[in-house]
Design a protein around this ligand. Sequence first.
Ligand code: ZN
Length: 288
Amino acid sequence: MADAMRILSVDLEDWFHILDNPETMTEENWRQFPSRVVMVTEKLLELLDAQSQKATFFILGYIARNHPELVQEVARRGHEIATHSDMHQLVYAQTPNAFEADLVASLEAITQACGTTPRAYRAPGFSITQEATWAFDIMARNGIEVDASLFPARRAHGGLPGFPEAGPCQIQTQSGQILRAFPMSVGKLGPANIVFSGGGYFRLTPRPLLNRLFQAQDYVMTYFHPRDFDPDQPMIPGLTLARRFKSYVGLRGAFAKLEGLLTRMDFITMGTAEDRVDWQTSPTVSVQ
Ligand SMILES: [Zn+2]
């Protein structure tokens, strides 16, 4: 078997960047909460350095404007700089024009903060649904070459359950542009498909099972948030009981879980993964 491709990625946002909740939708909402992103991300950066591992950071333009020194620190430590939109809104809930303005604003804010212009994008909440695949054309014409927004399973904020590829592939947009894509990975547990390598799924999955799933797969895409490792964050108002569970379960053990994984196996950035893929022969999926 060729080397497994395990990609480490972090969505760089604050603990209050929670989707689909009326209390945390706008900048005005966010301004009422104390920011914790710098402190928690620094802890994460220390862990990555101690384990000599590099990650791709999908950064919010909002974070780049408000905490430019943090984005500089991420870049200085050699991690890959990518964008996670500007204001963390669901793609399918926006008009194409609003999506484009948001994407451009994020590219400007991140470039301004650290001097690197992102060429990779991940949608907030993996929210590129079948109805929002127009977003790929807008990405392509704004210099985005790599996408990490595809979630080939059903989920709260969208996902593309019918997406046929489980690993790196190319997307042909409606106007015929080609983007490279690294979909979210889905693990096999007997006959069931399970998501295990990010966010609440990672925090919920018991450690032995997590190790087994990470080791069994040829391709793993992770997605972590600083808040996944912050047990002392305040409780977000307005969440339903189910969402509160998903947002807060397992916070206390998550950092040690990640540390265990980083000790056991090697991870790479999405950029390094890109160099390993033979794009000439990789499958192309057209999104119409
Ligand atoms: Zn996010």
